[in-house]
Design a binder for this molecule. Structure first.
Ligand code: SF4
Length: 441
């Protein structure tokens, strides 16, 4: 009854979400309860995002709200690396720690809200073996590494999270197995650079299921492909060895889905961005991948209005999109991030030009996306059901990652349950989503 209670606010990307899950798991193991309201919490932990200015503002607003509503606030996460900016606005916060500082944030909770005396603690038994998850039961993010060895000029992630540190392959596979045993049907593989997995460990050989396994992207993907669930790869950079992964998709071992943040197509801009991988021959590589795996869905993100981007270079990006016919595209207007090298570049692009380029890119991509989805009408595809209500169900195909891509609306969801993978026939499409009906097996 006297269990100390923690409120938790998790902001930012899936990588931050995984950090939140890890902190919450430890707090639950230490005997704390986790509550969803400020008023029932004895203390509030906020896992912040500090990637761009708007995310920083959102983090500061969330801290302000928690101070108003609860008063006892501990801050962690990416923006925690800029402790001075937080304490200047909110001097009342009890403690600030940076990203991946699990022990520091859990230690701060212990300091300001003592854990219950240990001994037989029934709450410990309630922590599931896969830990606390913030995603629905049927999918989970699996983080395979921390940090990044690249130094893209617009990004401060390496300053916040440090250089690449890959998790041992045996540990990753054991976590994947625990998740599958707990009912997860789709694993979303995340990192800052999934293709670089194991580089820091010189692809050391680890062990899983009593057999040797290299800490390397291909071997990890092969092992994950044995688990019998959907496996979706995020943040893959177009290094040559990605060519070896695509056949696994054609064989049905991995979802035919690649999330590759290209960011631009013009070689000069990519060089100024200091992007890993090369744009050269990218269209040929994409054509090659599609020849191996025709159902491959490609997602990417781009930045328009990077310093010095000329109209001609922007048009080169549009031409690339026109030819590449990517399935899913996110686009950001370049915005300077405190501490990023690109801030010092000459020829910053005016806001109205960025806005106009963003509109043009999004219009073009909406047409491409609509055409690609139209081509799926009449086909039968497998989808995973995310939610069911009276009128229909919301599901996703292999081409749709949760939160960021489109959805498949199932019109007649009789008897379907979240987490089920079912076959549907596509009957309609708009720019981003599909409509479908279940097919009797
Ligand atoms: S690859 Fe570039 S954009 Fe991605 S985290 Fe590393 S430095 Fe940042």
């Amino acid at each position: 009854m006297n269990q100390p209670k923690v409120g938790f606010v998790s902001l930012g990307c899936p990588k931050a979400l995984v950090d939140s899950e890890r902190i919450l798991t430890q707090l639950r193991l230490d005997g704390y309860g986790v509550v969803p309201t400020y008023e029932n919490a004895d203390i509030v932990v906020i896992n912040t995002c500090g990637f761009i200015d708007s995310a920083k503002q959102e983090s500061l607003d969330a801290i302000g709200e928690a101070i108003r509503e609860n008063g006892r606030v501990i801050v962690t996460g990416c923006m925690g690396a800029m402790a001075g900016e937080i304490t200047r606005v909110h001097p009342q916060v009890l403690s600030v720690s940076g990203p991946q500082a699990y022990e520091a944030v859990v230690g701060a909770v212990h300091q300001y809200l003592p854990a219950p005396a240990r001994g037989h603690d029934p709450f410990v038994d309630l922590v599931p073996p896969q830990g606390v998850k913030l995603t629905p039961r049927h999918y989970a993010y699996l983080k395979i590494s921390e940090g990044c060895n690249h130094r893209c000029s617009f990004c401060i992630i390496p300053q916040l999270r440090g250089d690449l540190v890959s998790r041992p392959v045996g540990e990753v596979m054991e976590e994947a197995e625990r998740l599958v045993k707990a009912g997860v049907r789709e694993l979303l593989i995340i990192s800052q650079d999934t293709s670089a997995y194991g580089v820091d460990l010189k692809y050391r050989t680890g062990f899983w299921a009593g057999r040797p396994l290299k800490t390397r992207m291909l071997e990890l993907c092969q092992a994950l492909g044995e688990l019998g669930v959907w496996v979706r790869l995020h943040y893959v950079y177009p290094y040559p060895h990605v060519d070896d992964i695509v056949p696994l998709m054609a064989e049905g071992k991995l979802l035919p889905y690649l999330d590759i943040p290209f960011q631009h197509a013009n070689p000069r801009i990519l060089k100024a961005m200091k992007r890993p991988g090369t744009a050269e021959g990218m269209l040929d590589r994409i054509a090659h991948w599609r020849s191996i795996c025709p159902d491959l869905a490609l997602r990417s993100t781009f930045i328009v209005g990077f310093p010095g981007e000329t109209e001609q270079e922007f048009e080169e990006l549009l031409d690339f999109l026109d030819e590449a016919e990517l399935d899913r595209v996110g686009c950001f207007r370049y915005s300077p991030v405190d501490g990023a090298a690109a801030n010092a570049l000459p020829d910053q692009v005016p806001e109205d030009v960025k806005e106009e380029r963003w509109q043009r890119l999004m219009e073009l991509q909406a047409e491409i996306s609509a055409d690609r989805l139209q081509a799926r009408i009449g086909r039968e595809i497998d989808v995973i059901v995310d939610a069911v209500d009276g009128d229909g169900a919301r599901a996703r195909s292999s081409a749709d990652a949760p939160e960021i891509d489109g959805v498949v609306h199932i019109v007649d969801p009789d008897g379907l349950r979240p987490g089920e993978i079912v076959r549907v026939r596509v009957e309609g499409a708009d720019d981003y989503d599909l409509w479908a009906v279940p097919v009797a097996r």
